[in-house]
Design a protein around this ligand. Structure first.
Ligand SMILES: NC(=O)c1ccc[n+]([C@@H]2O[C@H](COP(=O)([O-])OP(=O)(O)OC[C@H]3O[C@@H](n4cnc5c(N)ncnc54)[C@H](O)[C@@H]3O)[C@@H](O)[C@H]2O)c1
Length: 283
């Protein structure tokens, strides 16, 4: 199977390409960024243009769509305009990738949504219940989150119209060893993690989720939460809840440092279990 990884030069994209290669799968890195590195399958494309997306997906069997832009770049644009740019890049690119996949008859697209579709940073309304899971209403509070929520709607359309399978991975903040080394600052101010419930997902686990979702027996459009099994905090989850989210309904008893996001559906649908934690990091 030949897999196009859009955003293939990005942080998660590189990890996915490595994960696929480790399992004997060939990938094509599609990215707008130029590269001088040796990337045998590299195809440069700006996915905001449909024709470029169509060219980029020629001859592939499945797609991992990760290309997107994150936080607004306030250095180059007024922040409000930058928010609009984030939305436009992400929503347009996602439409174009799904559309190009449909035109090529590609049946499986695994793509990066975000935990933010469910409400983080929770400035307008707090979580409806905890742990956060797929039964929680979609309530984007930013243009970035809205672009991902629109992507999920687009996925439902393409699944309905072309009988494609599109798996939205609602990643929490992706972290790795380098990030874990800097956690002491984060612990000094526990309120810093309140916005996303102190959640994260390890980069290598995120890459594994893409590989598993590519081949699992699934049909239609679906979205799943992907978070590490524990919080990023050094404080017990019950203490964080009491101090920062008192009054929010907690659906079940939680372990001492258990995550406030549940990835049970990803396990049920394609066997993904987050196995890496910052707590295993030897520094
Ligand atoms: N990193 C996180 O914590 C996190 C959390 C939740 C969701 N996500 C999502 O996961 C995906 C990958 O994230 P990442 O951290 O690897 O991001 P990244 O910024 O490292 O990589 C994104 C890549 O997409 C490319 N890209 C952007 N616009 C493009 C366009 N128009 N055409 C072609 N390529 C384009 C960029 O050049 C870059 O290489 C994104 O969709 C992101 O929204 C990331």
């Amino acid at each position: 199977m030949r897999i196009a990884v859009t955003g293939g030069l990005g942080r998660i994209g590189r990890a996915v390409v490595a994960e696929l290669a480790a399992h004997g799968q060939e990938s094509v890195q599609v990215d707008v960024a130029p590269t001088r590195e040796q990337c045998p399958g590299y195809r440069r494309a700006d996915l905001r243009e449909l024709w470029q997306a169509v060219d980029a997906l020629d001859g592939v069997d499945a797609v991992v769509h990760l290309a997107a832009t994150g936080l607004p770049d306030s250095h180059t644009l007024h922040p409000r305009l930058a928010e609009g740019a984030t939305f436009t890049v992400n929503a347009t690119s996602t439409y174009n990738v799904f559309r190009a996949a449909a035109m090529h008859g590609i049946q499986r697209v695994v793509w990066a949504s975000s935990e933010t579709v469910l409400g983080p940073p929770f400035r307008i309304a707090g979580p409806g219940h905890l742990p956060l899971d797929e039964s929680h209403p979609v309530r984007p509070e930013t243009s970035y989150a809205l672009s991902k929520a629109i992507g999920e709607e687009l996925a439902r359309h393409f699944a309905h119209r072309y009988s494609m399978t599109l798996v939205a991975l609602r990643f929490s903040v992706v972290m790795d060893r380098m990030d874990y080394a800097a956690l002491s600052e984060y612990w000094a101010e526990p309120e810093r993690g309140r916005w996303n419930l102190w959640s994260y997902v390890d980069l290598a686990d995120a890459a594994v989720s893409c590989r598993l979702a590519l081949t699992a027996g699934l049909a239609g459009a679906m979205a799943v939460t992907l978070a590490a099994p524990d919080t990023l905090s050094d404080r017990p989850t019950a203490e964080l809840l009491d101090r920062y989210w008192a009054g929010v309904r907690v659906a079940r008893p939680l372990g001492t440092f258990e995550s406030l996001q549940s990835s049970a559906k990803a396990h049920e649908l394609f066997g993904w279990r987050p196995v890496r934690s910052w707590r295993d990091n030897d520094g």
